[in-house]
Design a protein around this ligand. Structure first.
Ligand code: UDP
Length: 448
């Protein structure tokens, strides 16, 4: 009788935050369908992924004995949390891999880890296992971190006092200027630089997988290929190459019925993602600006942040002119013909999802990486424009919404967004660049 060959295992190590988990799980799904067995390693800070285990039948989930609880995220802030998470998780991860090798023999093809979970690289090295880095952010951000990792914090701070330096384009990386490097709003600069150095260190990884597509970022991708000297698999946008799992978080599908009643390309959709939060004052200014624009709007406000505290007259006005949800089925919303623009914090998934549907954007980034994405939207792809944080008042909101939805300039931006939409579609269909890159990646992992 023919012996059935055991499946080769891929160990996935995501960051437990939705914007990172989602593309990692989409990658897992794509590899599972190619015959790999999938093990997902999580820390204690894993609320999002534990609630969605049921969406991934056949996946094996393990929780590390030691990592950091979610409360530490609030206490330390994002960057220090990541550094500490790596320090506390390394020993437990090594124990887990040692145990796996003992129990299963070596069935591990590869450890694929989120670029920020670099402790996994140390374990791969110790056990002499193949490893691949997965970047869920844009290639320009990867490149920027490599640039920052080579700079000295003190000298950089002095240099940046010179406005000429701020405007200077980083060598070979036009149009990236020094002032675009993703550092603002990220916490103490020495920690930001430390994290950049750790993430830029590829350790023994033999390739990088990245959730982007060459028609958006060809020069950053070539830079990465040249500087890292290992293959780069640009397989994105993953929500198009590997269909997303149905979310178990409550998504208000009634908003689609509301959208069905609106005129084509008239609605502005507002969401600032799963982590950023608008302050109450910004919610109030936003509410006035949206209502004064006279355009219908669909607005995601998670939890009870802000809207309940609005004065009654504003609350009434908002519910007459717009539709508020705690969570929206974002991809479906962006694909709806009534949606004409996206007011976004510019998280990378949101950017890809908006471009994939040809929706132009108003950018309201909160911190470094989002600001970098906003720069690309405004200056490289020219499919949107930025509002500065300090300028989010009702007049600015009204002006921005009218500019995007009504003005000629907004229509030009939508036309460019539609051109990119077609390019993305072509990339992920059979024979397209992202499709081929995923195919190559599968072949490469099968050789391990
Ligand atoms: N999202 C959603 N519905 C919402 C808000 C967000 O489906 O109401 C999804 C969105 O489609 C995207 C992800 O949550 O895939 C947010 O990721 P992103 O990288 O844009 O931002 P982050 O939340 O990581 O800041």
């Amino acid at each position: 009788m023919e012996k059935r060959e055991a499946k080769r295992r891929i160990v996935l190590v995501p960051i437990p935050a939705q914007g990172h988990v989602t593309p990692m799980m989409q990658l897992g799904k794509a590899l599972y369908s190619e015959g790999f067995s999938i093990t997902v390693v999580e820390g204690h800070f894993n609320q999002v992924s534990s609630s969605s285990h049921q969406c991934f039948p056949g996946f094996h989930f393990v929780t590390l004995k030691e990592s950091l609880p979610e409360s530490e995220f609030e206490r330390l802030g994002g960057i220090e949390f990541m550094i500490m998470l790596n320090k506390t998780s390394e020993a437990s991860f090594k124990d887990y891999i040692a145990q796996l090798l003992l129990q299963q023999g070596n069935d591990i093809s590869c450890i694929i880890y989120d670029e920020y979970m670099y402790f996994s690289g140390a374990a791969a090295k110790e056990f002499n296992l193949p490893s691949v880095i997965f970047s869920t952010q844009c290639a320009t951000n990867y490149v920027s971190r490599c640039v920052l990792s080579k700079l000295n914090v003190d000298k950089f701070l002095v240099d940046m006092e010179d406005p000429g330096m701020q405007e200077k384009v980083v060598e070979n990386l036009y149009p990236l200027r020094y002032k675009d490097l993703p550092i603002s709003g990220m916490g103490p600069l020495e920690h930001v630089f430390e994290l950049c150095r750790e993430v830029a260190n590829k350790r023994t990884a033999s390739a990088v997988i990245i959730n982007t597509v060459s028609c958006l970022e060809s020069s950053s991708l070539s830079w990465m290929e040249q500087k890292l000297g290992i293959p780069i698999y640009d397989i994105g946008p993953l929500h198009m190459t590997a269909p997303p799992p149905s979310s178990v978080l409550e998504e208000n599908t009634r908003c689609i019925e509301w959208l069905n009643k609106q005129k084509p390309r008239s609605v502005i959709y507002i969401s600032v993602g799963t982590v950023a939060q608008m302050e109450t004052k910004e919610v109030l200014e936003m509410a006035w600006g949206l209502c004064n624009s006279n355009q219908p709007f669909l607005w995601v406000i998670p939890g009870n942040n802000g809207i309940e505290s609005l004065p009654d007259e504003v609350n009434k006005m908002v519910s007459e002119r717009g539709y508020i949800v705690k969570r929206a089925p974002q991809i479906e919303v962006l694909g709806h013909p009534a949606v004409g623009g996206f007011w976004s914090h510019c998280g990378w998934n949101s950017v890809l999802e908006s471009i994939a549907e040809g929706v132009p954007m108003i950018c309201r980034p909160f911190h470094g990486e989002q600001k970098l994405n906003a720069m690309c939207i405004e200056r490289v792809w020219r499919i949107g424009f930025q509002v500065e944080g300090s300028k989010v008042d009702r007049r600015e909101v009204e002006r921005a919404v009218k500019k995007l939805i009504i003005d000629e300039e907004g229509i030009r931006k939508q036309e460019r967004a539609l051109v990119l939409k077609d390019k993305l579609k072509a990339s992920v269909k059979s024979g397209g660049v992202s499709y081929n890159a995923l195919d190559e990646l599968v072949k490469y992992l099968k050789t391990m």
